[in-house]
Write a new protein. Structure first.
Length: 728
């Protein structure tokens, strides 16, 4: 027989963003201590009053719990309950102080006043016309989104996603969801096909409906793009989609044809001489990706063939002048790179750490400066651009800022009609350039300009679709200078020496314990629990004490995976507990955030001028205005509480997320749990993120597997073949 309890939420201990499973502490009238309730909830806020049906059970570790089968939200009764409810941050414009004032003025009638006589709020100290409008709108939105959340709850949609749906469609949300739930997967960031499909099936959509087949194919293509693929072999796409949708192949082929006719995808025939490498006769593209790949190839070839901005004279004479003027020597391969930059329209300079890529860039800048050329320096991330500026002394920006993205217009302002004012464009960390970003960049590069891509081809490819730098190099169409010599000062760094050893498939040199400090350590441990314990000691005590580094700003943990005891998710929670004991917190998107937490932006937000991979620190939780104040690269960025799913804790990052950044110290867990991700280029990339110190904690067996595993997951892309003229 079930039981019913009612009480006020005192604390949300745990919330799983994916399925809504929560652990909450509830204050029940008549009980001295709060009770622990567990179950699937909407976004629950401390202060809310819940009426819950369920049963009691005893957990082996956590003790007595109330397991909730069903619950309803009840308007809080009593002035104190209302004060807690309003002060919880639920209503924008009302924080703890304003809640106290409202309840002091209206007492138990406070909620009725907000609902039926909101103009009376201006009787409360601190509430003027602006705050009154803010509170009234937030209250109305709250009622609208409550209806939406009640509808979506039974379909497994989290509160954060429901909020995002509401922000996108507003009052039309319920109508859109009922009419075509698959629109959610296409229109709303963070909502995938599986969630939309679950809603559609519950609303009566037939499994073999044309709408579902088309949505499933588009989802499979987008999933492939998220994994780095630009296109997918037709047979593989149909096989993947059939497993996903469980419908006949004929229905999928019909849907594929309709999508092609509607120009939402492109079906491209593959010439026979490259079918074997590609694995099929037909490549399937999202339309924008096919356009981008075609245009990138055409623009690169056109750029190379176009006449230079001026006659550069004799490259050898210019090089001789540069060597006399610059205050540093050039090695033979560096001289060759500078000479090629003066003679070619398109140049790739690649090399590992310590091989002098920055020195070459500085020399090229000096040569073009002598000719009075206009120069643009850029990198894919803010940190990489900042480092480029510091090492060259010249202004540098992210590619996005260079191209002047306009949030209002939703596009880059620099393009064919308004090209960059540049005679030379240099892009550092170019292994991070994905297909779509270089597509927009090339649109803005004037035909007369020289373009130089600088990067480390041995690193991981871009997070986005494509393998651009590798494809350009492997095409054999453009001049490539490979810097291979490690310079004397770099040879003193075991980080650099060992990075090159790993890149060659060799085990790193691990020095025996010596009294003097080293810059490369390996701590052998097999058990993941023991590895975690050591990482916590390293970050909180041993590294800061012995090397004088800040444990938050200077020490970065890099993990190959997200899941597991040594995945980024668990590492972040453990490091947060160890490094940030502050009591005030806010829970959103399945994470707990505190003031002074280290956070990362996980998607591009052009309105805020912050981009995927930007790091920051939380400086304030503003309950009154429901905003988080984050310091990003020296400037304050405001996040509405509903936008906090754009942030993640960043004490530990995946190696992919760390691309383009450098940190004074890097700690790398490496165990057999990471087996699927133990790859040479991933391990190499992790090591090369460190400037002063690398500490690897794990098993030598896992390290050996990573070093031996030279293969990387193949990306389906045909840019190389287009550059070679094998594909139109």
């Amino acid at each position: 027989m079930g039981e019913r309890i009612q009480g006020q939420v005192e604390h949300v201990t745990f919330f799983n963003e994916e399925n809504g499973y929560s652990v909450i502490r509830v204050r029940i009238p008549g009980r001295r201590d709060p009770v622990q309730a567990v179950g699937t909830f909407l976004h629950i806020t401390p202060g809310e009053v819940l009426r819950m049906d369920g049963s009691w059970s005893t957990h082996a570790r956590f003790g007595r719990q109330f397991v909730v089968d069903h619950y309803d939200t009840v308007a809080p009764a009593g002035a104190e309950a209302i004060r807690k409810y309003l002060g919880s941050g639920l209503i924008k414009g009302i924080g703890p102080v304003t809640a106290q004032r409202i309840v002091a003025r209206f007492g138990e009638h406070s909620l009725d006043i907000i609902d039926k006589e909101p103009e009376r709020l201006m009787e409360v100290e601190g509430i003027g016309r602006f705050r009154h409008r803010q509170i009234t709108k937030a209250w109305e939105d709250q009622k609208e989104i409550r209806d939406l959340m009640v509808f979506l709850r039974s379909h497994g949609v989290s509160a954060a996603l429901a909020m995002r749906i509401f922000k996108h469609y507003g009052k039309a949300s319920l109508e859109v969801v009922r009419e075509n739930p698959f629109r959610l997967a296409m229109d709303v960031s963070g909502i995938g096909f599986l969630t939309a499909d679950r809603i559609a099936v519950n609303l009566g959509c037939q499994a073999d409906s044309p709408m579902r087949a088309e949505a499933g194919l588009l989802y499979a293509l987008q999933e492939a793009a998220d994994s780095g693929h630009v296109c997918v072999p037709e047979g593989l796409l149909l096989e993947t989609s059939q497993k996903l949708l469980q419908i006949p192949p004929a229905s999928l082929r019909s849907a594929l044809s309709r999508l092609s006719e509607d120009r939402r995808i492109v079906l491209e025939m593959i010439p026979q001489d490259i079918q074997r490498d590609f694995g099929d006769q037909v490549a399937v593209y999202l339309r924008g990706h096919q356009l981008a790949e075609n245009q990138v190839a055409k623009r690169l070839l056109h750029l190379q063939a176009f006449r230079a901005f001026q006659s550069k004279g004799d490259p050898d004479k210019t090089l001789a002048w540069v060597k006399e003027e610059i205050p540093f020597p050039l090695a033979p391969l560096q001289e060759e790179a500078v000479r090629k930059a003066l003679a070619e329209k398109m140049l790739i300079i690649t090399g590992g750490p310590g091989t002098g890529k920055t020195t070459v860039v500085r020399a090229i800048l000096a040569a073009y400066g002598m000719m009075g050329a206009k120069v643009c320096l850029a990198a894919p991330t803010g940190r990489a651009a900042k480092r480029l500026h510091e090492t060259t002394g010249c202004a540098a920006s992210t590619v996005h800022r260079l191209l002047e993205f306009s949030p209002q217009m939703g596009q880059f302002q620099r393009n064919e009609q308004k090209p960059l004012n540049a005679d030379l464009v240099i892009v550092d960390e170019s292994s991070m350039l994905d297909l779509l970003l270089i597509h927009h960049l090339l649109k803005a590069v004037p035909p007369h300009a020289t373009m130089v891509l600088v990067g480390d081809a041995a690193q991981l490819p871009s997070v986005g679709p494509g393998n651009v730098l590798s494809d350009i190099i492997r095409s054999g169409t453009f001049t490539v200078v490979r810097l291979t010599e490690i310079f004397r000062q770099s040879k003193q760094s075991h980080i650099i020496v060992n990075a090159h050893r790993v890149q060659k498939g060799q085990f790193p040199w691990i020095l025996k314990k010596e009294r003097q400090l080293q810059d490369f350590y390996f701590i052998e441990k097999e058990d993941p629990e023991a590895v975690l314990e050591i990482i916590l000691k390293l970050c909180t005590n041993r590294i800061p004490r012995r090397f004088g580094l800040d444990p938050v700003e200077d020490v970065q943990v890099l993990s190959p995976m997200h899941r597991g005891i040594l995945g980024t998710q668990n590492l972040n929670e453990a490091l947060q507990r160890a490094l940030n004991p502050r009591k005030e917190f806010i829970q959103r998107s399945g994470q707990t955030f505190k003031v002074q937490d280290k956070v990362m932006q996980i998607r591009n937000n052009y309105d805020k001028d912050v981009f995927n991979g930007d790091l920051g620190r939380i400086r304030k939780i503003d309950w009154e205005n429901q905003e988080l104040h984050v310091e990003m690269e020296g400037r304050k960025v405001l996040y509405d509480f509903s936008e906090m799913d754009e942030l993640t804790l960043a004490y530990a990052l995946s190696v992919h997320k760390a691309q383009g950044s450098e940190y004074p110290a890097v700690v790398i867990p490496l165990v057999m749990q990471h087996y699927m991700m133990l790859q040479r280029n991933l391990f190499y990339t992790a090591i090369t993120r460190a400037r002063k110190l690398v500490v690897i904690v794990g098993s030598s067996k896992a390290m050996a597997i990573a070093i031996r595993n030279e293969g990387t997951l193949k990306r389906h892309t045909l840019l190389k073949e287009r550059l070679q003229g094998l594909l139109g």
